[in-house]
Design a protein around this ligand. Structure first.
Ligand code: XMP
Length: 530
């Protein structure tokens, strides 16, 4: 009876919300109320809300630009100890995006992008083919040169008519002088399917074919004139069928290829002008290889050189998603958006290996920077990426209350897919992680990002350090843990997706004692949460 009465009172008093609203504020009240103090992730916490959402049912999709959709809102940093093709492939297979760094010759970056774009296929529409008179030695050379990860090649005549199949076991140096036609499996023994028979669900047709033909790993697709029209591989088909039941599907482009981004530099000529010809040629090459976005990545995006580069790229490639940054002010966002950027990168100095704030005395703690830039981005119709300073999944949840995706460097640098070797020190395993503004990285090519020349005989101030990260295992594992945390965050806020997270987020400041309370305390820790 008493309980009923108190329940009744509680309901009648309706504004429990009223009390909450005094303490837990939406972003547009909270950040202006704290305008004189720049805040970062640990300075705030999010209030929980009524929820009927189970974490596992939350959807983490994000749209960054037309043609650039991710199934999880995480991007691996364009840093030379974080993202090359292996990392980008792992990221895309998890529904995320990798940005290939530019501390390498342009040609090499093009082939890194190609590796991602060719990594997994459903129907390979234009398989690499060879002519009947091609020597096996030449084919071996091609495999080496183009770094093909496969070794089966259809043999066709000048009109694409299928003549046979070169399989891996004849591609050996001992047959180098033999012609393809002499060692290929002849046409009558090659399994094919007519394109018309693929029906409305080609992958399912291919899957059925492989089940009915044990031991066959390649299925060639031909037309009525027996011309080659495509190729299925068993491995690709199996992977795609498995992906269909995974919660977060790989991030793919319209041609079913994994998505991939690449960073580009605002390169200058010897006279100090933007090297327009070189930049356009490089980006043209990336577009030809199917890159899904380019990132004009610099430490100071609110600068003439970056604006000119973005404008030039926008004119030359009207539909290409262009990510540009970094900025931390509303004026910086407006500047890059008006130059033609579709996505803005926010963050100056929050990165785990950054020393910009110490060296140059500039930069804004990340949450305040995200609030200011997010409001400008909304006004300009562009999206926002929170770049740097993320050390745990809770930071990602907080960042996503303001931004459309996050960039992680340090959190991914210890993964086996990151470039570099694992080193053992004192019985523990580590991988190298360095700032792109560290001396070593600038020497390797990233000086332009910090407005310096590559010539290291000139004295420049490094804005990043060289460090180690504990070896963290696979990207699948690390992302799995991060995603679990993000989904929990959405569940606590009763948010089914990222749009609802932004609407329902209510912030409050945390005292230093509150910060201590948030981490494990007063216990002897036996196992970390990971
Ligand atoms: P996290 O915290 O994820 O940060 O390791 C990665 C981001 O840091 C930026 N970055 C730098 N910033 N000096 C800087 O001030 C540097 O040397 C440096 N290197 C990378 C970059 O935005 C990256 O995504």
């Amino acid at each position: 009876m008493r309980r009923r009465a108190s329940l009744h009172l509680c309901m009648a008093a309706k504004p429990s919300n009223h009390l909450d609203a005094k303490f837990f504020l939406p972003a547009d009240e909270f950040f202006p109320a704290n305008a004189r103090l720049a805040l970062t992730f640990d300075d705030v916490t999010l209030a929980t809300q009524f929820s009927e959402i189970l974490p596992r049912d939350t959807v983490l999709e994000t749209r960054l630009a037309d043609g650039l959709h991710l199934n999880i809102p995480i991007i691996s940093a364009d840093m030379d100890t974080v993202t090359e093709s292996r990392m980008a492939i792992a990221m895309a297979l998890n529904g995320a995006l990798g940005l290939i760094h530019y501390n390498m010759p342009e040609r090499q970056q093009l082939s890194e992008v190609s590796r991602v774009k060719n990594a997994v296929h459903g129907l390979i529409q234009e398989p690499i083919k060879v002519g009947p008179d091609q020597l096996i030695g030449d084919v071996l050379h091609l495999i080496e040169q183009k770094k093909f990860g496969f070794s089966t090649f259809p043999v066709v005549d000048a009109h694409d008519k299928l003549l046979g199949l070169l399989s891996g076991h004849v591609l050996k140096p001992r047959y180098a002088k033999r012609k393809a036609v002499e060692v290929m499996t002849p046409r009558e023994h090659v399994q094919t399917i007519n394109k018309k028979k693929l029906g409305s669900n080609p992958i399912a047709s291919a899957d059925k074919f492989f089940t009915e033909h044990p031991g066959i790993h390649k299925l060639l697709v031909v037309d009525d004139e027996d011309r080659l029209r495509g190729l299925f591989t068993l491995a690709d088909v199996e992977r795609i069928m498995q992906e269909r039941i995974a919660q977060f599907k790989p991030a793919r482009d319209a041609h079913h290829r994994l998505i991939c981004g690449a960073a580009v530099s605002a390169t200058r000529t010897a006279f100090g002008d933007l090297d327009r010809e070189r930049i356009l040629k490089h980006v043209g090459g990336l577009v030809e290889r199917g890159v899904d976005a380019v990132a004009v990545s610099t430490a100071h995006g609110f600068s003439k050189g970056v604006g000119d580069t973005v404008r030039m790229l926008r004119d030359a490639f009207p539909k290409l998603p262009i990510i540009a940054g970094n900025v931390t002010s509303a004026a910086g966002v407006e500047f890059l958006a008006s130059a033609g950027a579709s996505v803005i990168k926010a963050g100056q100095g929050p990165g785990s290996i950054c020393t910009t704030r110490l060296v140059a005395g500039v930069g804004i703690p990340q949450l305040t920077a995200l609030y200011v830039t997010s409001r400008a981005a909304k006004k300009c119709g562009v999206t926002l990426i929170a770049d740097g300073g993320i050390t745990k999944s809770g930071d990602i949840v907080k960042a996503l209350t303001l931004a459309d995706a996050v960039i992680c460097g340090g959190l991914l640098a210890g993964c086996s897919e990151a470039p570099g070797e694992i080193v053992e020190i004192g019985g523990k395993l580590y991988k190298q992680y360095r700032g792109m503004g560290s001396f070593a990285a600038m020497k390797a090519g990233s000086a332009a990002r910090y407005g310096h020349e590559k010539d290291t005989t000139r004295k420049v101030a490094a804005e990043g350090i060289e460090a180690l990260k504990e070896s963290a295992g696979s990207v699948d594992r690390v992302l799995g843990t991060l995603i679990g945390g993000i989904q929990s965050g959405l569940g606590y806020l009763g948010a089914a997706n990222l749009a609802q997270l932004r609407e329902r987020a209510r912030f409050t400041r945390v005292s230093p004692a509150g910060m201590r309370e948030a981490a494990p305390h007063d216990v002897v820790e036996l196992k970390t949460g990971n």
